[in-house]
Design a protein around this ligand. Sequence first.
Ligand code: 3HC
Length: 289
Amino acid sequence: MRVDEIRKICVLGCGSMGSQIALNAAIHGFAVKNMDIKEEMVARARAFAAEYLPGRVAKGRLTEAEAQGAARNLSFTTDLAEAAGDADFVIEAVLERLDLKRQVFRNLDRVAPPHAVLATNSSFIVSSRIAGVTGRPDKVVNMHFFNPALVMELVEVVQGPHTSDETAALTMDLARKMGKTPVLLRKEVYGFLVNRILAALVKEALWLAEMEVASVEDIDTAVTKALGHPMGPFRLMDLTGIDLHYDIAMERYRETGRAEDKPSPLVVEKITRGEFGRKTGKGWYSYAE
Ligand code: 3HC
């Protein structure tokens, strides 16, 4: 399949990543179905698109016609067969749990057309841990977007040993057609490029806070003002979700059993309190309405 033959894209998961990936694809001219098993997640994604598109017109970033076209391109469902039944390319963005992803790919393989590529937006799970549950491992690949997916330009494409060169090249081309800058990883490696680098930064930041060397605010200020990052590691965790950070750390810890991979006690405290970041109104910072 060539990239100009991709017309219909299915995005699984209406969370912050899934909904923005879907909207981004719709803005770039693809017919997109965004699916979630939870009605309330679908409602939230629908409401986000309904607010975002007129906002872009008001800001002069999209024309009225472009926004209307994007709205027409985007539809939502809670039914997997309806979402993926006619898709040329599927991007999975469900929760970061390996068993869940394997179940989703098993079901997807049954309902998606044989020619469809099945990509995962996982932040750290390499697709070779998922491809085996499908009958098309050559068409399974990592396609990793960054939060907020409508804004961040990078997409990591990770070619597993099972992924064909054609699938990797097609995924790179699709990312470009979605307005992104893709990079290709020719080998599967835990955390890919960006999250490996980011994890080192976050680990140091958490250690400094845990040791009460400086406040969360001052550590963020140090990173923004000295290193030029747009936001510090704590504010970034609030954006991407402290729960996601915890899930990733726990999955890694289960795998390695190494004490240094355990989530920081500060993170565990946030999880216990249900303070996951922006999405719950409180994380390292407060986000009053
Ligand atoms: N959703 C959609 N668009 C958003 C947004 C959001 N949540 N937040 C900001 N934007 C848009 C704004 O509309 C604006 O667009 P415009 O310039 O075209 O009008 C633009 O982004 C800039 O927004 P603001 O002026 O309001 O705010 P900032 O200049 O502070 O930018 C930011 C906000 C883009 C989030 C910036 O702070 C940033 O780049 N932060 C770092 C983000 C980052 O590092 N992401 C990677 C995280 S790691 C990851 O995702 C890995 C995964 O596996 C967990």
